[in-house]
Design a protein. Structure first.
Length: 222
């Protein structure tokens, strides 16, 4: 087994109010989270996030491309909120190095980013910390996570459904195609994404991912 290290990002989450959700809805939530993780593998050139469930209402993933950590956290939130506004997750995020081999069960991983991510999760769950996302480290990236969490915490179910269809960092999309898939009008999709502040959030995420300030905000989606 190779000991070569690579930088990864680890997201560790706990469902919010899982007891109140009830067993059936908890299973729906985990189905949505797992499907979301599979979708994100396309962002990582096909590399699995190794979605792992633990401790009943907890979950964890490892991102082979850590620059997508914020987009990933927002994607998981959108997947949950698309089920209903009562669905959400605390998420702890950490970057670090770990051996290059893949993990079939992240519950067995004890490398630094996994431990740090778990610690960040506990901080996110503290009542005095008003954000349900907590990233290891401070400065501009930490600020971006806090602001993005505050904006996305207001997403409605309809807005989350629309965001989930367009949050892919690489695949092109159009309002018309999303409207057809969700069986809504193009105007309704445009209104939902605007209310979700998706253009602003996507601009911020892309700036982080490309490590530069973007002059052009992107072409209009017909």
């Amino acid at each position: 087994m190779s000991n070569k290290l690579r930088k990864i990002a680890v997201l560790t989450g706990d469902l919010v109010n899982s007891t109140e959700l009830g067993p059936e809805n908890v299973e729906r939530a985990f189905d949505a989270l797992e499907a979301c993780a599979k979708m994100q593998a396309d962002w990582m050139e096909g590399q699995s996030l190794h979605f792992t469930r633990h401790r009943g209402d907890g979950w964890q993933v490892a991102l082979a491309d850590p620059k997508y950590a914020l987009r990933s956290a927002l994607c998981f939130r959108a997947a949950l909120r698309a089920l209903g506004e009562e669905f959400d997750s605390y998420i702890g995020i950490a970057e670090g190095e770990a051996p290059q081999e893949s993990y079939s069960n992240l519950n067995l991983a004890t490398f630094a980013p996994f431990v740090l991510s778990g610690q960040c999760l506990e901080l996110a769950k503290m009542e005095q910390f008003e954000s349900r996302f907590f990233v290891n480290g401070f400065g501009p990236l930490g600020a971006a996570f806090i602001l993005a969490e505050a904006i996305s915490s207001k997403w409605t179910q309809t807005q989350s459904e629309a965001v989930l269809e367009v949050i892919h960092p690489k695949a092109p999309w159009t309002y018309t195609a999303v409207a057809k898939k969700l069986e809504k009008s193009r105007q309704a999709i445009s209104k939902s994404l605007s209310a979700a502040s998706f253009e602003t959030l996507n601009y911020a995420m892309t700036s982080i991912e490309e490590k530069k300030i973007l002059v052009k905000r992107g072409e209009a989606h017909a």
